[in-house]
Design a protein around this ligand. Sequence first.
Ligand code: AGP
Length: 589
Amino acid sequence: MCGIIGYVSERDCCGALFEALRRLEYRGYDSAGIAVLGEGGFRVCKKRGGVAGLASFYAEGKTGIGHTRWATHGAPSDQNAHPHIAGKIALVHNGIIENHAALRAELEGEGVRFLSETDSEVLAALVQKYYRGDLLAALREALSRVEGSYAVAVIAEDRPGELAAARYKSPLVAGKGRAGLFVCSDIPAVAQEAEYLAVAGDREFIRIAGGEIGFFDGGLRPVPKVFFRPEGESRAAAVCGSHMRAEIAEIPRALQDTLAALGKADLAPCARALRSAGRVFAVACGTAYHSALAFRDALARDAGVPVFCYSAGEFRYSPPLVRAGDLVVAVSQSGETADTLEAVRLARGLGGFVIAVTNTPGSSLAAEADFTLAMRAGAEIAVAATKSYNCQLLSLWYLAAELLFFRTQRYPSWFSSLKELPAAAEAAFSLFPEADRLADLFKERQGMYFLGRGEDVCTAREGALKVKEIARVFAEGLPAGELKHGPLALVEEGFPVILLSTQRRLAAKCENAAAEVNARGGYTVLLSQYEDVLRQSRARAALRLPVLPEPLMPCVAVIPLQYFAYKMCLERGLDPDRPKNLAKSVTVE
Ligand code: AGP
């Protein structure tokens, strides 16, 4: 969604704002803008398109705000870009003001003239309406009129050296960096320069003034905060040319770090929760949902425990299923996905015990869960989730194994092989040249299928999601058994079908699917770790995966598919770090 940044510096802040926006750009790249408060008032530059459009802008001033936009209300345009100026107020906002129409009508009735179609400009005008020299009080009063979600930062023309900010359901942090005191939407955007920072809670306010950062509750009473030093972002992107490629390259290291962190985690509270749990749920969105499917498979197979796995956006609107004591595992790389957070709030409200599996320990999800299992994938900047997926699988399997141990006093047979995942992931890189060839072969295709059975279904779905979002090619991931119930109708000469067959008990069934596709002229690509399965198959191309215990194969089988999607994207002349219409962190419903 949108990214916001605000600085109060001891020197000119324009450069620091621009650099932070470049790092925040993965949150939205429809338009970008900066407002700097200097001697003569605000100097503003805002433009449709990416942050690069602001590169030639410079203004003197030590207080400023910036924004990179993922459009919701109003098309991407110069006028709709933030910051919005209303009288003495400049404002940047991430979120949605749901009652903006009524507020706009009210303000227009009072003579306010709006320049944009955005809900955010309404909020700027509202702050101006209540501003009488106390910026924080004006922001609080304005937000008391607002329904919706927000991370918002405001500065006032007559208050240099001061900034007020607030959040509700959209992430916001504040801290000290080399360039001064800041507020920002995301930790990774400021991680490299932050000396320390703290995360704002929902309905909390922040004031930066007099060289200090203060956090306040809804009544503007001070809230004590634990400040911490964040981990720096990987510099590998500079070497690899894109964040997505760098993050694929980081998978072995991310798995290694996550293994080390898991080894130190005390999961006893989770095990205790399972003891009293009537049922187990898993909720997540997108890629994280696919890892939740793998968790479901593991607990069902090894512990005979059924897991009700829900897309978080469905869960929150389903009949209230959770009962007191039920275990709810919520998976989210960012820990800020709106649907997942709402699902967690709902589950906790019904008495569920929530375990968060997240890559962001300082996130809202971690703050709201009963227990957090923090994986250590490192900052993931590319919109396409790659290394976080591998680490989610690892973390969820680890959790499943611990829960199994608690029930039966024995670990599953594959548990000791989790430590082999980093090396196996690295071995999977040897498949990239073949993936290059396939990307070249399929680059003009309009659609493709990814099929699998059993434990391979999550990989099929994830492969298809990657191709859709990054290569912008229609792709569907399906259980192979579904093929003849409809999807086969689209298979014609050369239609690509990527078939995963890593589970020996299901190999013959997968081969049936290959035969059905081949009979219609489709181009089948088979992925398996088994030499004989590959040799005996009628598939037209074969990728031999590294060997691991079958339950762990999803973690390596997905790697050539992640890379394939990336390569398809390049072949089609697209930017892998900027998939169309998407943003990294989906903080609105
Ligand atoms: C995956 O490539 C996507 N960018 C997306 O599906 C993502 O996994 C989803 O939005 C959930 O994000 P989260 O893990 O941060 O909650």
